[in-house]
Design a protein around this ligand. Structure first.
Ligand SMILES: [Mn+2]
Length: 350
């Protein structure tokens, strides 16, 4: 198993890649969605991640090549691109008129990734996305982390038009909320997406890796969520059986699922070789009331989890996903260094 670190676009830099290498990483994962806070429409609430700068034009071969080169220059491999910009697939998620055009663009992205040997595209087939969490000093010693707290009024706030995955992709969208969609219809949309993209991914040697819905509630913002219970991964995998139809195994989100034991889930899906890569973070509690924690405490027994994955032959990349922000001049870096040191020790002693 290999150690990696994930970077949002604004953290992709030579120094940060060097930091990852120094902390023992051999791999990196990048989020390329460029989110800005300026120009947010009135419909955006306090949880909104921002507006995307992309206008539906997928990341170019040259852009991906530059990120890969930066990683390689620092002795790192680029393992995955994590998350699809909402402007790339708004009509795939919403079944809009530009769906086919967007599918073709995403096939182009997979071809670029294949040429560059970037092995994984992580995605979250979700309308509301990661939304509604509060940030506070809820972890050990008052370290800052996200938490989710029961609030039914909040959870039912409708999803405004022009927003998907908790990002504004069309700041000029008309007022009002998105058209309602049934759970089965959303499964059909996911099936359509996979039927088009999985064969291309397979031919290119790229794996599509589905992240579960975080928070894992059955519905959020009046929209259904498809991956909020572990057995739903089975349905996803059976839609288009292929090594290229795989999971982004988020230990934290899975442990947050009602009734789920993340070690059992890891055992089940790693036996099927369905796991493309792992987010290893920790959490206390379950939906609708949980908070993130340091990797060494909480409900996920990370050493046991990683031993199970190892025993079942998983040899991919593990990244910390999120880590509590520690009180110092570099809260993100300190939190990640702590998580990476812990994971490195566990991986050396499997
Ligand atoms: Mn995750």
């Amino acid at each position: 198993m290999k150690l990696g670190l994930g970077f949002h676009r604004d953290r992709i830099s030579r120094d940060n890649f060097r930091f990852a290498r120094q902390a023992g990483c051999t791999h990196v994962v990048v989020h390329l969605v460029e989110r800005i806070r300026e120009g947010l429409p009135q419909s955006a609430d306090e949880f909104c991640f921002g507006t995307t700068r992309a206008r539906g034009v997928v990341w170019s071969f040259e852009e991906l090549a530059a990120v890969k080169k930066l990683a390689n220059d620092e002795g790192l491999e680029l393992e995955a691109i994590e998350n699809i910009d909402p402007s790339f697939w708004s009509d795939i998620l919403l079944d809009g008129p530009r769906k086919q055009q967007q599918l073709e663009s995403l096939k182009g992205l997979l071809r670029s990734m294949g040429r560059l040997r970037i092995p994984i595209l992580g995605y979250n087939f979700s309308l509301a996305g990661v939304w509604g969490r509060v940030h506070g000093p809820f972890a050990r010693g008052g370290a800052m982390v996200p938490a989710f707290q029961p609030n039914h009024l909040l959870q039912d706030q409708p999803l405004p038009r022009g927003q998907l995955n908790n990002i504004v992709y069309d700041a000029n969208a008309p007022l009002g909320s998105i058209a309602s969609v049934s759970r089965e219809e959303l499964w059909q949309r996911l099936a359509g997406f996979l039927k088009e993209l999985v064969p291309v991914a397979e031919a290119e040697g790229v794996r599509l890796a589905a992240h579960p819905d975080d928070p894992p509630l059955p519905t959020l913002r009046q929209t259904p969520r498809l991956l909020h219970q572990p057995q739903q991964f089975e349905r996803l995998l059976s839609l288009v059986p292929s090594p290229a139809n795989a999971l982004e195994f988020c230990a934290g989100t899975i442990q947050e699922m009602a009734g789920a034991d993340v070690c059992e889930v890891a055992d089940h899906y790693s036996r099927q070789c369905a796991i493309a890569y792992v987010h290893c973070r920790n959490v206390i509690g379950k939906v609708p009331d949980y908070r993130e924690t340091f990797i060494d405490e909480g409900d996920v027994d990370a050493p046991r989890l990683l031993r199970i994955l190892h025993r079942n032959g998983f040899d991919g990349v593990v990244i910390p996903d999120h880590a509590p922000q520690m009180t110092c001049n570099a809260p993100w870096h300190a939190g990640m260094a702590h998580a990476l040191g812990y994971l490195q020790a566990v991986l050396k002693n499997l």
